[in-house]
Design a protein. Structure first.
Lengths: 757, 159
């Protein structure tokens, strides 16, 4: 067996993603350009007159390159004002986080467009034109914020100039509102549609100098705007990847080895080809990349069901000599031993933890554990592909369409410019669709079969071939001094890594993780167990499990110190300070304390509770969002819990779309509760043991708590909401369970400890 | 030849294997894609349609068995005279969806509930909707939208 084939976790893109999602996006220069009609048509396929503006917020390197080659910056988002409508192109993938609505709102605000006049279109995938088009890291809003505002403001300024010129008045005497320019002194007004052609003939003002609104003047941002696709969603109109239909299309399924890396030794292809509706069945060897094409058997049929039912008849003998052999039970046994040892590789060591432990008034030692989980986005992976004459076109629900195109080009060995990807709405993402294995499979099958094909994964395929959120183990030791203050924190993280020693995505700790930057005596160690099955980014990678551990253990320390938990948490946060001034991706203890205090106030912290009922608080900072959550939980003698209410307080700067902002927080709470309560994927012999929702019990309506969401809209840059409301939830609930019952869950899912809901 | 009555229209469909679930005939043969595939085992409810007005999981209901009955999908929910069912309007107004993938199934289950019970309590809603998963966690808004639609329906006196 080739050792180099033994690991499947070293996906460099995901590793980079995980590293970058903890950092601020690079500061991006913006440009706004009026673009030529031919170029515009080429990029958007939209005909018609009016004012066309392009705004670029692309990556600096790309901006420089295109400026050099073309003389103008190649733009990445567009405003088009023509007869009867204002079209705003939404550049980033929509996965349920609401960016198809929120990003255009930012343009419309500065444009002073009436939202009813706005029609949003999903932009095409075009890296040269748009820069990076990614849904990941809760970064869509902060990345696009400045550029989209300036796009709207430039368009507005040009419309004003055009109207002022027509009337022979000064720009400064004109005002705009609801798609109309008004000159109050003369009582004249003109609608944007009637002045757009004049505006298109004007010279562009300098986007860097165009005045932007102050927050007090916002009319659209911060309001509740229903999603632009809502009507299509509730009427069942085609929107998602799975809804794509092409003329003469066939339907495909693909069976890979349940243990990653297994190859097809033999299969009953002749028998399969004779089954009703089956067009062909064949083996693909693949390129050995998990985020690419792994070996398997493809079945192409005249309908999805013919393909699925034929797949059930497949008999494959797998060569598993190079396949993953992972065992969760073995990992648990090994980790339990390590947790009792003296620690691992030292990642960070500040002050003198040993001296503090010797001098402590009280110490606490605990071990925490959590299982692997699946993304389980409700739309199983699918991709529709049409290959013809050395070029391929794909319709794909993906969070990284540009990277998907590169993978397809590589798998088919065709130039990147022969790959066209259309982004569809995604039926959930949660990080799973950062990887594009299903695109590679659809592409290879389409090329082989020669007619358009829709690849459809079953739910079982999806659970068997996820890029899983990794499990992990933590042995934590803390000390409080005679004044009842947290005096030392020692943390041994037992995680997983591939055979090159690279930790799985979300499986590396640093001292930036709470409370590393806040405790003077702090020691962090890490040991990585070997792991072969592919892991990936799962909503708030790392944070979604670290929040459970560190905020649970902090609560244990507060109890040991006999202190009020809110008071203790605020004391650990300390004086208001910013770990790196001006960097929204670093903890600001002032913002942190503010959300903690408001969460305590809104939840009635300190109120008298009936027996068996308690409040728990947790704070976590991730993806530039400061979040505190308080859970109110009852625990019955049989360990059945009821989560009555969760109070969420977040600071992500000003809110863009209040409706989706609250929706994301409600969803994060429910997702967090669902996952901590009962979800796990275990492995034996390299095989995921769970197969479908029967053994992966996602939370259902009867068990959802009330969720009460509040925002502190600080004067910081607005940042994303897809992820940061999730990490505090598990600890808030577990701390409440302790307050209610004295029981301290330290394993996720907590059903492993006998809790039920 | 299979004859299906869907949303009031008769369809003659050729070459359907007897084991085919209704879900795939609706999607692949009739191009009614509002009905969604989520699990294939009747656990998630994304494929919910009505057979003679009763909600069923079309992934686990054979197309052949549906032949004698009236099938209603999300595309036919509002009926021919109205653009939207009160539930669809409430879903838009209260901005229920996140990803939106489960919502057609949710609405079909909710609409069946409101036919039987025009003024359901939270507990009755929870019971009727417990078969529909929402991975994004929009349950709170779904519940609110059902109440809002029930009220609209009572006030409007129709649907």
């Amino acid at each position: 067996m080739a050792e180099s084939n033994r690991s499947f976790t070293n996906d460099s893109f995901l590793a980079q993603y995980a590293a970058e999602s903890d950092r601020a996006p690079q500061s991006m220069p913006f440009t706004v350009a009026k673009i030529g009609r031919r170029r515009f048509l080429q990029m958007t396929g939209v005909a018609g007159g009016g004012l066309l503006l392009a705004v670029g917020t692309g990556w600096p390197g790309k901006a420089a390159a295109t400026a050099k080659s073309a003389g103008t910056f190649t733009p990445n988002a567009y405003v088009k004002i023509a007869a009867g409508e204002i079209v705003i192109y939404a550049p980033n993938p929509e996965i349920g986080q609401g960016v198809k609505t929120s990003l255009p709102m930012i343009v419309a605000e500065e444009l002073d467009a009436a939202w009813d006049d706005v029609r949003v279109e999903q932009a095409r995938i075009d890296k040269d034109a748009y820069g990076g088009q990614v849904a990941g890291g809760s970064r869509s809003v902060p990345q696009n914020w400045d550029g989209l505002r300036r796009a709207g403001a430039v368009a507005r300024a040009m419309l004003v100039s055009a109207a002022a010129a027509r009337w022979g008045v000064k720009d400064s005497e004109c005002q705009t509102r609801d798609s109309v320019v008004t000159h109050a002194p003369s009582g004249r007004s003109v609608g944007y549609f009637d002045i757009a052609n004049d505006a298109a003939r004007l010279r562009m003002p300098d986007a860097a100098k165009v005045p932007l609104k102050s927050r007090a003047d916002y009319r659209l941002l911060g309001t509740r705007i229903p999603g632009v696709d809502n009507r299509a969603i509730v009427t069942g109109a085609p929107l998602f990847g799975i809804d794509q239909v092409l003329p003469n299309m066939r339907y495909a399924v693909y069976q890979k080895c349940p243990a990653t890396g297994g190859r097809v030794a033999s299969a009953n292809l002749e028998e399969i080809r004779k089954l009703p509706g089956v067009v062909d069945a064949f083996v693909l060897d693949g390129n050995g990349e998990v985020n690419g094409l792994m070996p398997g058997v493809a079945i192409v049929a005249n309908g999805t069901w013919s393909a699925i039912s034929a797949k059930q008849q497949l008999k494959i003998r797998w060569d598993e000599s190079a396949a993953a052999k992972d065992s969760w039970n073995a990992a648990v046994a090994q980790a339990d031993k390590l947790a009792k040892g003296n620690g691992g590789n030292v990642v960070s060591n500040k002050g003198d933890v040993d001296a503090q432990f010797r001098a402590a008034a009280a110490t606490v030692e605990s071990t925490y554990r959590y299982a692997f989980v699946s993304h389980a986005q409700l739309e199983p992976q699918n991709c529709t592909a049409s290959y013809r004459d050395g070029a391929i076109e794909l319709w794909s629900p993906t969070q990284t369409p540009q990277q998907g195109a590169e993978i397809v080009a590589s798998v088919l060995s065709i130039p990147r410019d022969k790959v066209t990807v259309h982004q569809t709405r995604c039926g959930g993402g949660f990080g799973r669709r950062l990887t594009n294995d299903y695109m590679a499979e659809a592409a290879a099958i389409a090329k082989r079969i020669g007619v358009p094909v829709k690849l459809q994964w079953t739910r079982e395929d999806d659970m068997a071939h996820d890029f899983y959120r990794a499990g992990g183990f933590h042995a934590v030791k803390g000390a409080v001094d005679s004044a009842g203050k947290l005096s030392a924190w020692q943390h041994h993280f037992i995680s997983f890594a591939n055979d090159k020693g690279e930790a799985v995505v979300g499986g590396q700790m640093s001292e930036k993780i709470f409370p590393g930057e806040l405790v003077a005596n702090y020691k962090l160690m890490q040991t990585n167990l070997p792991w072969e099955t592919q892991c990936g980014a799962w909503r708030a990678p790392g944070s979604n499990v670290f929040g459970f551990v560190v905020q649970g253990f902090l609560d244990e320390m507060a109890v040991a110190a006999n202190r009020d938990r809110v008071e203790f948490l605020l004391e650990v946060l300390g004086e208001p300070r910013w770990m790196a001034t001006g960097d929204s991706w670093r903890l600001n203890t002032g913002r942190a304390a503010a959300v903690v205090k408001l969460a305590a106030e809104k939840s009635g912290w300190g109120k008298t509770m009936p027996p068996g009922r308690g409040l728990g608080i947790a704070f976590y900072f991730s993806h530039a969002g400061h979040f505190a959550e308080v859970a109110e939980v009852s625990v019955a003698p049989d360990k059945k819990i009821t989560v009555h209410r969760v109070t969420v307080v977040g600071d992500v700067g000003p809110i863009v779309n209040r409706s989706m902002a609250e929706n994301q927080c409600e969803g994060a709470v429910i997702d967090g509760l669902s996952t901590m309560m009962g979800l796990k994927v275990t492995f034996e012999d390299g095989r995921a043991q769970q197969q479908n929702f029967r053994d992966y019990p996602i939370l259902r309506m009867p068990n959802v708590p009330e969720v009460d969401v509040h925002f502190i809209e600080s004067d910081n840059m607005p940042t994303g909401l897809g992820e940061p409301a999730l990490p505090p939830l598990a600890a808030a609930v577990c701390n409440a369970i302790h307050a209610a019952s004295g029981l301290r869950p330290r394993t996720m899912p907590i059903s492993e400890e006998g809790f039920s809901i | 030849m299979l004859t299906l009555n869907v949303n009031g229209n008769e369809h003659l469909i050729d070459g359907v294997e007897p084991s085919t679930p209704l879900l795939w005939v609706l999607r692949d043969n009739l191009n009614l894609v509002g009905v969604k595939y989520g699990c294939g085992v009747g656990q998630c409810g994304a494929c919910t349609v009505w057979i003679d007005g009763q909600p069923v999981r079309s992934c686990s209901f054979s197309a052949v068995a549906a032949a004698e009955h009236a099938v209603t999908t999300i595309e036919g929910l509002a009926g021919p005279d109205k653009p939207l069912h009160p539930l669809q309007q409430a879903w838009i107004d209260l901005d229920v969806p996140q990803c939106g993938y489960c919502q057609a199934g949710q609405i079909m289950s909710a609409a069946a509930l409101l036919k039987a019970n025009p003024d359901p309590t939270d507990a009755e809603i929870d019971q009727a909707m417990a078969g529909n998963l929402c991975r994004c966690g929009t349950y709170l808004r779904i519940r609110k939208a059902i109440h809002a639609a029930a009220k609209a329906q009572r006030d409007g006196g129709n649907v």
